[in-house]
Design a protein around this ligand. Structure first.
Ligand code: SF4
Length: 607
């Protein structure tokens, strides 16, 4: 009789209705595929099941058969769930070896009393999982399993892929009505060491490559199995210029052959260069992905130095953004609020600097999440970091076990009130500038009256705060919500995770009020009728998919194409960015399509 092994890497589902999907559990799949190289393991162990979705302990315990080894892959989105299931398994099967691994498992188990606090866990795996897994199975055969396994790194990434071994084939057959998302790993490791991240610390710095034939075979498998969404696990796709371009070409070939994958998401190389842009262009031209991530985390030099991200070339950013704008590549920039050395002033100035640099498409402001194995977790005292544990950060109706996120709510540079004000500044830039309501006004005033974005938006904020209408109400409601949320209060009808974008639906339901409010501020500086028409027509309306507007000046070319302001008759064709169904769909897209510029018409004449 072989020994029964269960491997669990559950995640939340994605999409809904006929689009409901799950992630294929790639990380635990690679544990098994790596171990299959060893004959004694093949002879002695059998993989009973790869678990991929959240189920209640009752459902799971009714199904599993005599588990001898149960391994859990833990991260922020499943750690509490894993603990609940592990406890139940241990109660029913006390002899079953419970193993935990993944980025959520502390690197300092002794210091953190890990085993005292988790008595149902027998063994933990630190570092790369595959080597540990093989050793654990090996030691199990001789009844010498240890509590802690630390494996440095696999020398050469040469072992079979779980796709190639067909580990997920049955799972797909058993669930014909589900969509699947998959992870593609072409290399492993990251040369950067950002202190807020736990990935760098997990995989260390040296980049190691899987051979290209394996990557091609995985892509073929994904195409054949109609995998709609693929996420590239690489921390810096594009860093191997020639090789990554060859992989990109293969993705296109596979998509042309099978129609899948439809979407491929990449985290791009941080030291951006022309060849990365060429790859991004290919991704966008082939519809893999419609937003190019230009992540900076902060615009403040001291912060970047402190989080060890100063090696990212900031001056390159302007150059790349110009290229994106010129070539109509939609880009988005992510910032993280609450990092060391960031103050309210540096945050508000920084976000306006980003707009000055030409980021008008999408800016996302996230909160700093304290990750167990990040360097930042060791620097709490130094930076006076205060946090809150939020049980409602990841929300889902599958949440019979709530996950917990530890979020930074104050530092010695940014007290709680300043953090809330900074977040509200982001709310204003997102909802007025990025969604377009003041975008033409502010760009025109910047170019024509030399009014900085910082001055314009500070003025706007002062009026928003005083406003007695929809705008002011929305500001006050959101501020109250984010304050309560970050104080750790349970939210009932909203999620803090999406709060930054929620107001946009209210803006569109009250579009006349919002337009009047924005016009009011513009008129304190200028009365140009063409700008007012361009701005008014720039914002989408439900049911109006295209329109043509006539202007007596080349306002759009002036604002977006660096052309001088000229008089004449200019006809502009504006179209919606994507088709939509019901009004509810249209409204939901303000969040889901935020990186694609949803809410603003596309100016067709720029093609
Ligand atoms: S944030 Fe990205 S670039 Fe920085 S260490 Fe983590 S994986 Fe590497």
């Amino acid at each position: 009789m072989k020994i029964n092994v269960y491997l669990s890497q559950v995640n939340y589902s994605t999409g809904s209705g006929k689009f409901k999907g799950y992630w294929l559990p790639y990380s635990i799949g690679t544990l098994w595929s790596y171990a299959q190289q060893f004959e004694h393991i093949k002879e002695n162990f059998t993989l009973k099941e790869l678990l991929f979705k959240r189920e209640t302990p009752e459902v799971l315990l009714n199904r599993i058969e005599d588990p001898k080894i149960f391994c859990f892959s833990s991260y922020v989105w499943n750690h509490e769930y894993n603990k609940t299931i592990a406890k139940s398994v241990k109660e029913k099967y006390p002899e079953c070896l419970i193993v935990f691994g993944g980025p959520q498992i502390t690197k300092f188990p002794e210091r953190n009393n890990f085993f005292e606090e988790h008595p149902y866990i027998d063994t933990i795996s630190l570092g790369e999982g595959e080597g540990n897994f093989e050793k654990i199975l090996n030691d199990y055969l001789s009844s010498e399993v240890k509590q802690i396994y630390k494996f440095d790194r696999i020398d050469e990434l040469v072992f079979p892929s779980p796709y190639e071994l067909g580990l997920f084939d049955q799972m797909i057959k058993d669930h014909p009505n589900l969509q699947w998302n998959a992870v593609l790993e072409t290399n492993r490791g990251c040369p950067f060491k950002c202190t807020f991240c736990d990935w760098g610390s997990l995989t260390y710095s040296k980049l190691k490559k899987f051979n290209v034939e394996r990557v091609f075979s995985d892509l073929e498998w994904m195409g054949k199995h109609k995998i709609g969404y693929v996420s590239l696990a690489d921390a810096n796709f594009g860093c191997f210029r020639e090789r990554d371009m060859i992989i990109t070409e293969k993705m296109i070939e596979v998509q042309n052959k099978y129609g899948y994958p439809e979407t491929i998401d990449a985290t791009w190389y941080k030291n951006l260069n022309k060849s990365v842009i060429d790859m991004v262009k290919k991704f966008i031209e082939n519809g893999f992905n419609r937003g190019f991530s230009l992540s900076l985390q902060s615009m403040n030099e001291d912060t970047l130095k402190s989080i060890e991200r100063s090696n990212m070339k900031l001056n390159k950013f302007h150059e790349i953004l110009d290229l994106c704008n010129e070539q109509q590549i939609p880009s988005y920039t992510e910032l993280i609020l609450g990092l060391p050395h960031e103050t309210k002033d540096t945050w508000c100035e920084g976000i306006c600097d980003l707009v000055e640099a030409g980021q008008h498409n999408s800016i996302e402001s996230w909160l700093t999440q304290m990750l167990e194995n990040s360097q930042l977790n060791q620097e709490r005292e130094e930076h006076g970091i205060q946090t809150v544990f939020l049980e409602n950060y990841y929300t889902s109706n599958e949440d019979f076990v709530g996950e917990v996120a530890e979020i930074v709510v104050a530092t010695k540079y940014m007290p709680f009130e300043d953090l809330i004000d900074s977040w509200m500044y982001s709310w204003m830039i997102t909802n007025f500038h990025i969604y377009g309501w003041t975008q033409i006004y502010s760009i025109f005033l910047r170019k024509n009256k030399d009014l900085s974005f910082y001055s314009f938006y500070n003025h706007l904020l002062s009026l928003v705060i005083k406003d007695k209408g929809v705008v002011g109400d929305e500001y006050r409601k959101t501020k109250e919500r984010v304050s309560k949320y970050l104080s750790g209060e349970k939210t009932v009808d909203y999620s803090g995770h999406t709060l930054l974008w929620d107001s946009q639906q209210v803006f569109h339901k009250n579009s006349d009020d919002i337009r009047d409010f924005c016009l009011g501020i513009f008129k304190t500086y200028c009365n140009n009728e063409n700008v007012i028409i361009a701005q008014t027509d720039f914002i989408t309306s439900f049911g109006v998919d295209k329109k043509t507007i006539l202007l007596n000046e080349n306002i759009f070319h002036y604002c977006y194409k660096s052309e001088p302001l000229k008089g004449g008759i200019y006809s502009y064709n504006l179209t919606i960015r994507e088709p939509y169904g019901s009004e509810d769909d249209y409204m939901r897209m303000f969040y889901f399509k935020r990186r694609q510029g949803w809410g603003k018409y596309r100016i067709e004449d720029f093609k």
